[in-house]
Design a binder for this molecule. Structure first.
Ligand SMILES: [Zn+2]
Length: 300
């Protein structure tokens, strides 16, 4: 008997009967009545004194823990008859009390996992009847407990429906996987290249070379668009470079020469002022020069 390929972490619990004495026909969904990672839940179930376990756990990040092999009966639902036939799943809450809600990621993974359990165990239909006669059951059918909490309890019909739709199509279009794989890149490679070149021209006065283009394009994520503010991916990095500092200084020297002396800077001037760290010192030195005073006098 196999376990789910959705499992992210395996922490086998001593709290089980091996093997189960019935074939798998049911799924029982529980809530953890707490916010627990699959790791933490596994630690709790690893304590033999606690006399509790489940086959699987799902945390708010959508991670799946395996605690009891599907071939074995977990101690989850206060009912040996149910748990011998059921694969049991503990789902972490994302709030304490209230509706005892679970996260979207946890819920999506729950649908994926239930579908997977049905497919591998030949369960062709998940039926929620509101009592223990169906094959989608909850803890409160068997014991005086709130489990699975109001949030999950209200969604049992939806869980059955979503799982059955997938079973009918014969494909487990796992939403948690689909989200990662089917992200359409909003920003095309061409747009990334155009934006990088535009910013090079603006900030450095030149086009990017092949390597620079490749590196800067790689900084732009796929899920942003041409209309977004992209400065944190390209502009900010260029502004932090030494080339940018030098280019700005060189431009500044040009402006000072034209405004204060009415001419292009000469080689010597460029060389001298490129060593200056601050624009104010460049300005002051040129402004106070004899040539600048003569230029001012000539203008008046
Ligand atoms: Zn429970």
């Amino acid at each position: 008997m196999s376990n789910s390929s959705f499992v992210d972490i395996t922490m086998l619990s001593p709290n089980c009967n091996s093997p189960r004495n019935q074939p798998i026909r049911k799924i029982t969904i529980h809530h953890m009545a707490g916010i627990l990672s699959v790791q933490r839940c596994g630690e709790i179930f690893s304590d033999a004194n606690r006399q509790g376990s489940s086959n699987y756990g799902i945390d708010s990040e959508g991670n799946v823990g395996l605690y009891v092999d599907e071939g074995n009966r977990a101690w989850t639902s206060s009912n040996a008859e149910n748990d011998n036939q059921a694969v049991t799943i503990e789902v972490s809450n994302c709030e304490y009390g209230g509706q005892w809600a679970v996260s979207e990621k946890a819920y999506a993974k729950l649908i994926d996992l239930c579908t997977d359990i049905c497919m591998r165990n030949g369960i062709d239909h998940l039926e929620y009847t509101g009592d223990a006669s169906g094959n989608l059951t909850m803890h409160k059918f068997f014991a005086a407990t709130m489990c699975p909490g109001p949030y999950l309890e209200a969604r049992f019909p939806d869980i059955a429906q979503q799982v059955n739709e997938r079973l009918q199509k014969g494909e487990n279009n796992a939403s948690s996987i689909r989200n990662e794989k089917e992200v359409e890149p909003d920003m095309t490679q061409e747009e990334k290249a155009l934006y990088t070149q535009c910013t090079f021209v603006e900030l450095l006065g030149r086009l990017a070379d092949e390597n620079g283009l490749k590196n800067y394009c790689a900084q732009i994520p796929d899920d942003v668009s041409w209309e977004d503010d992209l400065s944190s991916y390209v502009d900010d990095n260029i502004r932090a470079s030494e080339e940018y500092a030098q280019y700005q200084r060189r431009q500044y020297i040009d402006k000072c020469y034209h405004l204060l002396l009415g001419r292009e800077p000469d080689e010597n001037g460029i060389h001298t002022y490129m060593q200056y760290a601050r624009f104010r010192d460049i300005f002051k030195n040129i402004y106070q020069s004899e040539e600048a005073q003569q230029y001012r006098n000539a203008a008046t």
